[in-house]
Design a protein around this ligand. Sequence first.
Ligand code: FES
Ligand code: FES
Length: 158
Amino acid sequence: MSQVLKFTCNNEVVEVLIDPEVTLLDVLRDKLGVMSPKCGCNHGDCGACTVMVDGVAVKSCIMLAATVEGKNILTVEGLSKGQELHPIQKAFIELGAPQCGHCTPGMVMAAKSFLDKNPNPTYEEVKEALAGNLCRCTGYTKYVDAVMEVAKGTFGNL
Ligand code: FES
Ligand code: FES
């Protein structure tokens, strides 16, 4: 039976009619047109669908949408302030981290969730934080380097 789901998505309160078995990823992409979270494996393995739920990075392909009632969802679409990109976005672009870009939104959100909790990480800690996000172009080093530069403040205050 369909149900009404209400939550906050990128600072806007939204209400959608959902079936109980749909995932958060499907609701974001198909109902709300929030296209940054990608469907890679659809099994919780690749991290391409990573978004933040109440400040925590989650894999939205394995999260039932019904569980986010009343919660705050943040995706890449909600990161920039007007035309001003978030420091993580700036770093990824400036340092050439993305190749095809499929994994990039998930990497951004995993990095944000991590840096919010640990703004002064070691290189190893960043590697570990991004370990759940697979890059089929195998460009891991630049992503980790970029997150380290963000932590140093090279691309502005977090
Ligand atoms: S699409 Fe969700 S983890 Fe791969
Ligand atoms: S940049 Fe292509 S999958 Fe990561």
